[in-house]
Design a binder for this molecule. Sequence first.
Ligand code: AHR
Length: 499
Amino acid sequence: MNVRVQLSLEHHVGAIDRRIFSGFLEHLGRAVYEGVYDPGNPLSDEQGLRRDVMDALRPMDMPLVRYPGGNFVSCYDWQDGVGPRDKRPRRPDFAWKSTESNTFGTHEFMDFCAKLGTAPMMAVNLGTAGAREAAALLEYCNLPRGTSFADRRAANGRAEPWRVKVWCLGNEMDGPWQAGHVPAQVYAQRADQAGKMMKGLDSSIELVACGSSGRGMATYMEWDRQVLEYCWDGVDYISAHRYSNNSGGDSAWYLAEGVEIDRVIEDYAALLGYVRALKKSDKRVYLSFDEWNVWYRATNMDGAWKDAPPLLEEVYNLEDALVCAQYLNSFIRHADTVKMACLAQIVNVIAPILTRKEGLLIQSIYYPFVAFAKHARGNSLRPAVDGPCVKAGGRGEVPAVDVSAVHDAEGKSVCVFLINRSLKEAADVVVRVAESRLSGVTFAEQTTGASPGLANTWENPRAIVPTPCIARIGESGELHVSLSPLSFACVRGAMAQTK
Ligand code: AHR
């Protein structure tokens, strides 16, 4: 099949906020313990952080990592996780029916962030705690010495504040499964009060209010409307969460997932515009898509009260990687709405990296993320795509090739991210940039394989790895890309010098 993509450097959605390539680490299963933190393991450093895991996380180049949950946060008392380790309490964790040793807490997480070269995105407990506890944590993290909690931080070994910039006001408070779940109006009041106290202590912070946990929620958009109307002036973002699934085993349907991701973001764009209009406000509130991934196979949430039980250890295949790439394409296409997004999660729990005591396994979904994080810089262009559709079961017909494109003015390059949804057909894609000729292909890589179910395993860890993609520049300076069926490609072209 043939696909034509027309780009113009003038037709852009705005600058891509690199925070859309963020991650999420929760006290859940083996994400923290045995995942990033494994003291005593020969693979760990002097702080107990797994060196091999840190090395594998580095190319993901995540600007933020959200922590400590997730559902976990709604029963978490952050004070359990600071101070001398041997004095920290062991607690039952309501969310995942596990035992929390608290040997990894705020200081350990901040050390992890510093070592990885990322920044913390902290969530406060607004389920079973409230404004007071949230403000105390803010004081602990962000205020200079001289008050009780800030002094306690210093006494625990950290004199300088960490100055955490981004804070989530609770987690999935619309969900009946959430400890402390309440109706939208009650949550909105809690969030508003906590936010006011937090911003009152540090006006430089940014706040994320809980939006809907998913499009399937009965209160989808209505919850968000009520929260936004109440909290508009105090918050900077509303969150969206989504987990994709192919429970029906219909790959053609599943591979059209991007269409629905677009819809969710457009629902939020419309709602944000509506509330802004109601308020006659000059202010903008943006979307923080702070949990997204594929998750449907490993659904046991009962840790039998063990320490770090293996929970949610999803094994990812090729079609999952292509769906993850569609999330990122959609975030780029909606760069004017989505300012932050977190892959949920980063290690062991619904994650691109799985660990064992003696090593790690990179999963399929890792590779598109790394390609985006490295190459999606600059302005998001509006691609005009002319090409055939594929049948997507109950989702009707959708474009066979999903496209996003970026222009990096500084790097003088244009980069396209292409997903071929077709299970059988290859695609010849031609990309033209209206004002410019491309002079050369500077990067061309694809993630593909023979079948949608192909996955990396401990026995065959390289079943899915990026391979070179065939790409060339034509006589008029246009880019030609040969896309295999079932593939994701990232292709960057250098722009010719103009006189
Ligand atoms: O990421 C796993 C869980 O999914 C999180 O704890 C929760 O926020 C969501 O339901």
